[in-house]
Design a protein. Structure first.
Length: 269
């Protein structure tokens, strides 16, 4: 009898010990799932240095020669991202105490206002004249991403946070053929943090110089060939033929010089 009671007690204890971890694990999983579901910040943040003080989560930062500041220019191409201290992952690559975590891609809460109109889910969000605050994008320019919820406040100076799908890019509101070509040029010349203009300028300048040399030497080659042929047929007209060749050499020099000038002007833009 004593053995049966001891066996029953042992089975009960074993069952209890197996059940407790399951309950704890289930509660932990439920808590994690609810936390992920409730959090709008899903992205990797990097530490960015700034001299700005008391920066709120959801503020938009922009890059300048003086360092990161609260963005205050509409359609700012120098945007770094959105401040998010509760990012899923924070890459602490900077040991400075002046650094704050900034997300450039992902889902994040961002401060917005109705400065350019009410925001509806699916609208594009851009920077505004209110420092660190976004607003609805209503024309072509650099944007932050897409709103994931509505925001409407009759007071354009009031701000609040909404979730957005953060994707920094240039948006063309009028995708017509001429507009597309002009926008390609604008994007190429746009001094963004990811696409520095000097690289594009050097490429274009090199292309202009190469084209001028090719055009000049092709023109000279054709002229020289015709001059030699004409000289063989009519040796008496050698003086005129020589002058024609010299003239064409001058044209080649002018073409090459013009190409070098254009390339220099491109580099000075």
């Amino acid at each position: 009898m004593f053995g049966l009671e001891k066996l029953a007690l042992l089975m009960f204890a074993s069952s209890f010990l197996l059940t407790v971890p399951t309950i704890v694990f289930a509660q932990s999983t439920q808590h994690t799932a609810s936390s992920v579901e409730g959090a709008a910040t899903l992205g990797v943040a990097r530490i960015v240095e700034t001299k700005e003080k008391d920066i709120q989560d959801g503020s938009i930062l922009s890059s300048t020669n003086q360092g990161a500041i609260l963005a205050n220019t509409p359609y700012d191409p120098q945007v770094l991202g959105v401040v998010s201290r509760d990012a899923a992952i924070i890459l602490d690559t900077n040991a400075s105490d002046k650094g704050i975590p900034v997300i450039s891609v992902g889902r994040v809460y961002v401060l917005v206002s109705a400065q350019t109109g009410a925001i509806k889910k699916g609208d594009l969000i851009t920077t505004s004249t209110i420092a660190g605050v976004g607003s609805k994008a209503d024309k072509t320019g650099y944007v932050l991403g897409t709103a994931l919820e509505n925001y409407d406040n009759p007071n354009p100076k009031k701000t609040d946070k909404i979730a957005i799908d953060l994707d920094l890019h240039y948006f063309n509101s009028k995708p017509t053929f001429p507009g597309t070509l002009s926008d390609i040029l604008k994007v190429a010349l746009l001094p963004t943090k990811d696409a520095p203009t000097p690289i594009f300028k050097y490429i274009v300048a090199a292309g202009v110089v190469l084209a001028s040399f090719v055009l000049g030497f092709m023109s000279f080659g054709r002229t020289a060939a015709k001059g030699v042929e004409a000289l063989g047929r009519n040796p008496a007209a050698s003086r005129i033929i020589h002058l024609g060749i010299i003239f064409n050499v001058g044209v080649v020099i002018i073409i090459v010089f013009a190409g070098l000038t254009v390339a220099f002007l491109i580099l000075r833009l």
